[in-house]
Design a binder for this molecule. Structure first.
Ligand SMILES: Nc1ncnc2c1ncn2[C@@H]1O[C@H](COP(=O)(O)OP(=O)(O)OP(=O)(O)O)[C@@H](O)[C@H]1O
Ligand SMILES: [Mg+2]
Length: 503
């Protein structure tokens, strides 16, 4: 139904797609896999006309369809859920979803808002988003925004659906709900292309998968009977490490403590402690309060509240992220790299040293020494295996997963004592995920740093955390300890967590 023939696409210094030929059927869910920077998003953008290929063609039902622009592809029944969510923050969910269909709601030149809101509401409930369609986009969490994008794609009633990491911010339950919808669409004969780094879900959901490596097509396989390790080998040519990490030397000293934390409509007398050298996991469903708690502690809460924060035993007054970093050596790796984590219009090197400026400046007459900047950036690019043609590349041009690595590199470089890490491996490929896990682990193990790890990736959380707090509706519903001695299997911990979040 959809065929790619010899497509090549280059960017300055990068061949993102190199003579790629590949075909997708109707009535199938076809996964597109590959490491960060392999060319997946570029291929998706070529298909929907956002990028023009240098050479090669896209065929739909045997007909040449080299779209000149995005709207051409919409007319041909293609719909996309993009990796980087773009929304109009001040407009309502309904306006965002129905943006290109507004004319359908005109009657005598007047928009019938009631009908617009009502119909949008249907799509929201389909994707399991419990919000009024009149809500403004502004202030929605990443997961909620992602669900609106999926609702938008459903509303378009397209025959080909392109989904670029649609589940990166979703919990298992929300993802499962999406899969049910996708299977239904497949059974109606639609063609679905699904990009994801979560190999378990790919194997569970998809009929076939195709792999790209360094812009080249590697192969296509039927998913039935494949193991995760088979897929990994196809993607990166080696195996990954998922075993138990070992023992952490956790001290009795409390380095970060929240006492009687209250926030309007959210927390009520919440208490927690983080010990020196510990990795403390925060688990919970989306909207359970993990990120909100982190932000409140860091003086960036969006609602008023009260309570006490202690850093290394002393009462702390943290009014902003800058305070946290400069006065208390606390860093926050945001889940939302686009809005909080990165300056996309700056180079990779600039971004890596942004959190380090104060330190480099001290030793260099208050100006950043370009040599020092280069050194730090080079080290981080190597350590995290960031794929970029040079340190001077603008961050906006990196693939999604590599942007995430830059974001992470910035905080590793800042040399904090306490790191709060929010969803560190969203959108990161399996190989890179391993290296990020190793970095987090070594940060605690070798350098004695203390870490709060917020993650919805259960295996990741269990692998790294030595204690887990389970959040539910802005409360700590349970605590799971004893993980440092490896007393429990991953299955046992998962079951334990399940008990606390059960509805
Ligand atoms: N607009 C652009 N300008 C310059 N380079 C680009 C641009 N878009 C993509 N690239 C480069 O092309 C390559 C492929 O990027 P692409 O975004 O397709 O990767 P991906 O497979 O989607 O990776 P990820 O899993 O990280 O999302 C990368 O090296 C990236 O840096
Ligand atoms: Mg991508």
């Amino acid at each position: 139904m959809l065929e790619i023939r010899n497509v090549t696409k280059t960017f300055p210094g990068v061949k993102a797609l190199d003579q790629v030929s590949l075909s997708f059927g109707d009535g199938e869910i076809h996964a597109l896999l590959g490491e960060n920077g392999a060319g997946k998003s570029t291929l998706i953008k070529v298909i929907c006309g956002m990028y023009q290929p240098d050479s090669g063609e896209v065929l739909i039902n045997g007909e040449r369809a080299n779209f000149k622009c995005f709207s051409d592809s919409i007319k041909k029944g293609i719909s996309i859920v993009a990796q980087e969510i773009q929304a109009i923050p001040n407009a309502s969910i309904a306006e965002n979803i129905m943006l290109d269909k507004m004319s359908n709601y005109l009657k005598f030149g007047v928009i019938q808002w009631d009908r617009l809101y009502e119909e949008t509401q249907k799509y929201l409930s389909m994707v399991g988003l419990n919000l009024s369609s009149k809500t403004r986009m502004l202030g929605l969490s990443t997961a909620q925004k992602q669900l609106t994008q999926i609702a938008k794609a459903l509303a378009s009633n397209a025959s080909i659906l392109l989904l670029d990491e649609p589940t990166s911010a979703l919990t298992l339950k929300e993802a499962d709900n999406l899969f049910t919808i996708l299977r239904k669409l497949r059974d109606q004969g639609k063609g679905i292309i699904f990009v994801s780094h979560k190999l378990e879900e790919v194997l569970r959901l998809c009929d076939r998968l195709s792999v790209l490596r360094d812009g080249k097509y590697v192969g296509t396989r039927k998913c039935e009977g494949l193991t995760k390790q088979d897929v990994v080998t196809l993607m990166i040519g080696r195996e990954t490490n998922e075993e138990y990490m070992g023992f952490l030397d956790i001290q009795n000293e409390t380095v970060l403590e929240g006492r009687n934390i209250c926030q309007t409509d959210r927390f009520e007398n919440l208490n927690f402690q983080l010990h020196k050298g510990e990795i403390l996991g925060f688990y919970g469903l989306i909207g359970s309060g993990r990120t909100e708690l982190a932000k409140f502690i860091l003086g960036e809460g969006d609602k008023p509240g009260s309570g006490e924060v202690y850093v290394k035993g002393k009462r702390a007054k943290i009014n902003s992220m800058a305070d946290a970093l400069n006065q208390y050596r606390i860093g926050y790796v945001s889940e939302n790299r686009k809005e909080e984590g990165l300056i996309l219009s700056q180079t990779v090197a600039n971004n890596i040293v942004t959190a380090t400026w104060n330190q480099i400046c001290k030793t260099a007459f208050k100006i950043v020494n370009p040599q020092t900047e280069k050194q730090i950036a080079e080290e981080m690019v190597r350590k995290l295996d960031i794929k970029t043609p040079s340190l001077r590349q603008l961050t906006v041009n990196l693939s999604g997963g590599n942007q995430q690595k830059v974001c992470f590199a910035k905080w590793i470089a800042a040399n904090c004592d306490i790191l709060i890490i929010d969803e560190p491996t969203i959108g990161v490929d399996v190989g890179a995920k391993d290296s990020i896990h190793k970095l987090i682990w070594d940060f605690a193990k070798k350098e004695g740093k203390s870490i709060i790890l917020i993650s919805s990736d259960m295996p990741e959380l269990i692998k790294l955390s030595r204690r887990i707090l389970v959040f539910r509706e802005f409360r700590i519903a349970g605590e799971i300890g004893g993980l440092n001695d490896h007393e429990f299997s991953a299955a046992e911990v998962t079951a334990e967590i399940g008990k606390y979040i059960a509805e």
